[in-house]
Design a protein around this ligand. Structure first.
Ligand SMILES: *[C@@H]1O[C@H](CO)[C@@H](O)[C@H](O)[C@H]1NC(C)=O
Length: 209
Protein backbone atom coordinates (compact mmCIF):
# COMPACT_ATOMS: atom_id res chain seq x y z
CA UNK A 1 0.00 0.00 0.00
CA UNK A 2 1.44 3.35 -1.07
CA UNK A 3 1.47 6.11 1.52
CA UNK A 4 -0.18 9.31 0.37
CA UNK A 5 1.27 12.59 1.58
CA UNK A 6 -0.96 15.61 1.85
CA UNK A 7 0.17 18.78 0.13
CA UNK A 8 0.70 21.56 2.69
CA UNK A 9 0.90 19.10 5.59
CA UNK A 10 4.08 17.40 4.52
CA UNK A 11 7.57 18.81 4.92
CA UNK A 12 9.36 19.08 1.53
CA UNK A 13 12.11 16.70 2.66
CA UNK A 14 9.48 14.00 3.30
CA UNK A 15 8.20 13.99 -0.29
CA UNK A 16 11.09 11.82 -1.40
CA UNK A 17 12.18 8.91 0.78
CA UNK A 18 15.95 8.96 0.37
CA UNK A 19 16.39 6.03 2.75
CA UNK A 20 15.14 3.60 0.06
CA UNK A 21 17.89 1.54 -1.55
CA UNK A 22 15.73 1.19 -4.65
CA UNK A 23 16.01 4.96 -5.21
CA UNK A 24 19.80 4.79 -5.19
CA UNK A 25 19.76 1.77 -7.50
CA UNK A 26 17.55 3.66 -9.93
CA UNK A 27 19.76 6.77 -9.90
CA UNK A 28 22.82 4.56 -10.25
CA UNK A 29 21.52 2.80 -13.33
CA UNK A 30 20.42 6.12 -14.89
CA UNK A 31 23.94 7.49 -14.40
CA UNK A 32 25.65 4.27 -15.44
CA UNK A 33 24.07 3.87 -18.88
CA UNK A 34 25.33 6.97 -20.72
CA UNK A 35 28.74 6.65 -19.07
CA UNK A 36 28.89 3.04 -20.22
CA UNK A 37 27.97 3.70 -23.86
CA UNK A 38 30.28 6.71 -24.12
CA UNK A 39 33.23 4.68 -22.85
CA UNK A 40 32.47 1.75 -25.17
CA UNK A 41 31.88 4.03 -28.16
CA UNK A 42 35.11 5.98 -27.67
CA UNK A 43 37.21 2.88 -27.26
CA UNK A 44 35.56 1.60 -30.44
CA UNK A 45 36.52 4.76 -32.25
CA UNK A 46 40.14 4.49 -31.12
CA UNK A 47 40.77 0.72 -30.85
CA UNK A 48 37.93 -0.99 -32.76
CA UNK A 49 37.65 -3.75 -30.15
CA UNK A 50 34.02 -4.70 -30.97
CA UNK A 51 34.71 -4.58 -34.69
CA UNK A 52 37.65 -6.96 -34.12
CA UNK A 53 35.54 -9.28 -31.96
CA UNK A 54 33.09 -9.49 -34.86
CA UNK A 55 35.79 -10.42 -37.34
CA UNK A 56 36.22 -6.93 -38.76
CA UNK A 57 32.51 -6.40 -39.38
CA UNK A 58 31.77 -3.00 -37.83
CA UNK A 59 28.04 -3.37 -38.54
CA UNK A 60 27.77 -6.52 -36.44
CA UNK A 61 29.76 -4.80 -33.70
CA UNK A 62 27.33 -1.90 -33.74
CA UNK A 63 24.27 -4.20 -33.74
CA UNK A 64 25.71 -5.99 -30.75
CA UNK A 65 26.21 -2.70 -28.91
CA UNK A 66 22.64 -1.72 -29.87
CA UNK A 67 21.28 -4.86 -28.21
CA UNK A 68 23.37 -4.21 -25.09
CA UNK A 69 22.31 -0.55 -24.83
CA UNK A 70 18.68 -1.46 -25.43
CA UNK A 71 18.85 -4.12 -22.72
CA UNK A 72 20.45 -1.90 -20.09
CA UNK A 73 17.71 0.63 -20.92
CA UNK A 74 15.06 -1.96 -20.06
CA UNK A 75 16.88 -2.77 -16.82
CA UNK A 76 17.03 0.95 -15.98
CA UNK A 77 13.28 1.29 -16.60
CA UNK A 78 12.62 -1.72 -14.37
CA UNK A 79 14.69 -0.20 -11.54
CA UNK A 80 12.79 3.06 -11.99
CA UNK A 81 9.43 1.38 -11.57
CA UNK A 82 10.71 -0.55 -8.55
CA UNK A 83 11.96 2.71 -7.02
CA UNK A 84 8.62 4.43 -7.55
CA UNK A 85 6.81 1.59 -5.79
CA UNK A 86 8.78 2.31 -2.60
CA UNK A 87 8.03 6.05 -2.65
CA UNK A 88 5.13 8.04 -1.20
CA UNK A 89 2.53 9.60 -3.51
CA UNK A 90 1.36 13.19 -3.15
CA UNK A 91 -2.38 13.83 -3.01
CA UNK A 92 -2.44 16.74 -5.50
CA UNK A 93 -0.59 14.63 -8.06
CA UNK A 94 -3.28 11.95 -7.86
CA UNK A 95 -5.80 14.31 -9.44
CA UNK A 96 -7.28 12.87 -12.69
CA UNK A 97 -6.12 15.88 -14.73
CA UNK A 98 -2.54 15.00 -13.78
CA UNK A 99 -3.13 11.55 -15.29
CA UNK A 100 -4.05 13.14 -18.63
CA UNK A 101 -0.89 15.23 -18.52
CA UNK A 102 1.10 12.12 -17.59
CA UNK A 103 -0.36 10.16 -20.50
CA UNK A 104 0.41 13.06 -22.85
CA UNK A 105 4.06 13.28 -21.79
CA UNK A 106 4.48 9.53 -22.03
CA UNK A 107 2.92 9.41 -25.48
CA UNK A 108 4.89 12.38 -26.85
CA UNK A 109 8.07 10.94 -25.31
CA UNK A 110 7.58 7.59 -26.98
CA UNK A 111 6.69 9.15 -30.31
CA UNK A 112 9.97 11.13 -30.19
CA UNK A 113 12.01 8.03 -29.33
CA UNK A 114 10.39 5.74 -31.90
CA UNK A 115 10.37 8.25 -34.77
CA UNK A 116 13.99 9.22 -34.15
CA UNK A 117 15.00 5.54 -34.27
CA UNK A 118 13.06 5.23 -37.50
CA UNK A 119 14.74 8.32 -38.97
CA UNK A 120 18.26 7.28 -37.95
CA UNK A 121 18.12 3.51 -38.33
CA UNK A 122 19.81 1.11 -35.93
CA UNK A 123 23.40 2.18 -36.61
CA UNK A 124 22.48 5.88 -36.60
CA UNK A 125 20.71 5.52 -33.26
CA UNK A 126 23.29 3.34 -31.57
CA UNK A 127 26.54 5.21 -32.06
CA UNK A 128 27.39 3.87 -35.52
CA UNK A 129 29.47 6.99 -36.19
CA UNK A 130 32.01 5.76 -33.66
CA UNK A 131 32.28 2.53 -35.65
CA UNK A 132 32.96 4.48 -38.82
CA UNK A 133 29.39 3.93 -40.09
CA UNK A 134 28.48 7.52 -40.93
CA UNK A 135 25.17 8.93 -42.09
CA UNK A 136 25.20 10.44 -45.58
CA UNK A 137 23.52 13.60 -44.41
CA UNK A 138 22.55 15.16 -41.16
CA UNK A 139 18.92 14.19 -40.47
CA UNK A 140 16.80 17.32 -40.13
CA UNK A 141 13.33 15.81 -40.67
CA UNK A 142 10.86 15.07 -37.86
CA UNK A 143 11.53 14.65 -34.96
CA UNK A 144 14.85 16.44 -35.42
CA UNK A 145 13.04 19.64 -36.40
CA UNK A 146 11.41 19.66 -32.96
CA UNK A 147 14.41 18.91 -30.74
CA UNK A 148 18.12 18.34 -31.45
CA UNK A 149 18.21 15.18 -29.35
CA UNK A 150 14.74 13.58 -29.62
CA UNK A 151 16.01 10.34 -28.12
CA UNK A 152 17.00 12.07 -24.90
CA UNK A 153 14.08 14.49 -24.83
CA UNK A 154 11.68 11.61 -25.46
CA UNK A 155 13.23 9.41 -22.81
CA UNK A 156 13.11 12.24 -20.24
CA UNK A 157 9.43 12.88 -21.05
CA UNK A 158 8.65 9.19 -20.56
CA UNK A 159 10.25 9.29 -17.10
CA UNK A 160 8.27 12.43 -16.29
CA UNK A 161 5.02 10.93 -17.57
CA UNK A 162 5.54 7.80 -15.45
CA UNK A 163 6.29 9.90 -12.35
CA UNK A 164 3.08 11.90 -12.79
CA UNK A 165 1.02 8.83 -13.62
CA UNK A 166 1.84 7.34 -10.21
CA UNK A 167 1.73 10.75 -8.50
CA UNK A 168 5.20 10.33 -7.03
CA UNK A 169 7.36 13.39 -6.24
CA UNK A 170 10.38 11.07 -6.16
CA UNK A 171 9.69 10.35 -9.82
CA UNK A 172 9.91 14.07 -10.59
CA UNK A 173 13.23 14.15 -8.78
CA UNK A 174 14.49 11.14 -10.75
CA UNK A 175 13.26 12.70 -14.03
CA UNK A 176 15.25 15.85 -13.26
CA UNK A 177 18.28 13.63 -12.67
CA UNK A 178 17.68 11.94 -16.04
CA UNK A 179 17.55 15.34 -17.71
CA UNK A 180 20.84 16.40 -16.09
CA UNK A 181 22.59 13.14 -16.99
CA UNK A 182 21.56 13.52 -20.65
CA UNK A 183 22.73 17.15 -20.71
CA UNK A 184 26.10 15.98 -19.41
CA UNK A 185 26.19 13.14 -21.96
CA UNK A 186 25.51 15.62 -24.77
CA UNK A 187 28.46 17.79 -23.76
CA UNK A 188 30.64 14.72 -24.46
CA UNK A 189 28.77 13.32 -27.45
CA UNK A 190 27.95 16.37 -29.57
CA UNK A 191 31.50 17.72 -30.01
CA UNK A 192 32.88 14.21 -30.56
CA UNK A 193 30.42 13.27 -33.32
CA UNK A 194 30.73 16.76 -34.85
CA UNK A 195 34.49 16.12 -35.12
CA UNK A 196 33.94 12.68 -36.71
CA UNK A 197 31.84 14.30 -39.46
CA UNK A 198 34.18 17.29 -39.80
CA UNK A 199 37.03 14.82 -40.33
CA UNK A 200 35.09 13.14 -43.15
CA UNK A 201 34.51 16.53 -44.78
CA UNK A 202 38.22 17.34 -44.57
CA UNK A 203 39.07 13.97 -46.15
CA UNK A 204 36.52 14.48 -48.92
CA UNK A 205 37.88 17.96 -49.60
CA UNK A 206 41.39 16.50 -49.81
CA UNK A 207 40.25 13.92 -52.37
CA UNK A 208 38.56 16.56 -54.46
CA UNK A 209 41.54 18.95 -54.06
C1 LIG B 1 8.54 19.11 -38.39
O1 LIG B 1 8.26 18.28 -39.49
C2 LIG B 1 6.94 17.72 -39.48
C3 LIG B 1 6.82 16.69 -40.59
O2 LIG B 1 7.51 17.08 -41.73
C4 LIG B 1 5.93 18.87 -39.57
O3 LIG B 1 4.62 18.35 -39.61
C5 LIG B 1 6.11 19.78 -38.38
O4 LIG B 1 5.24 20.88 -38.49
C6 LIG B 1 7.55 20.26 -38.28
N1 LIG B 1 7.71 20.97 -37.01
C7 LIG B 1 8.40 22.10 -36.88
C8 LIG B 1 8.48 22.67 -35.51
O5 LIG B 1 8.95 22.65 -37.82
Amino acid sequence: MTQIKVWGKTAPQDLVDFSQTSLLVSLGSIAFNPVFWNIIARQEYHNKVLTKVFGGNSRYGCYFLAVVIFSIGIIRDYFYEQALRDQPALDVLLDPTVKYLAGGFFLVGNVLVITSMYALGVTGTYLGDYFGILMDHRVTSFPFNVTDSPMYTGSTLSFLGTALWFGKPAGLFISAFVYIMYQIALTFEDPFTAEIYAKRERERAKKRG
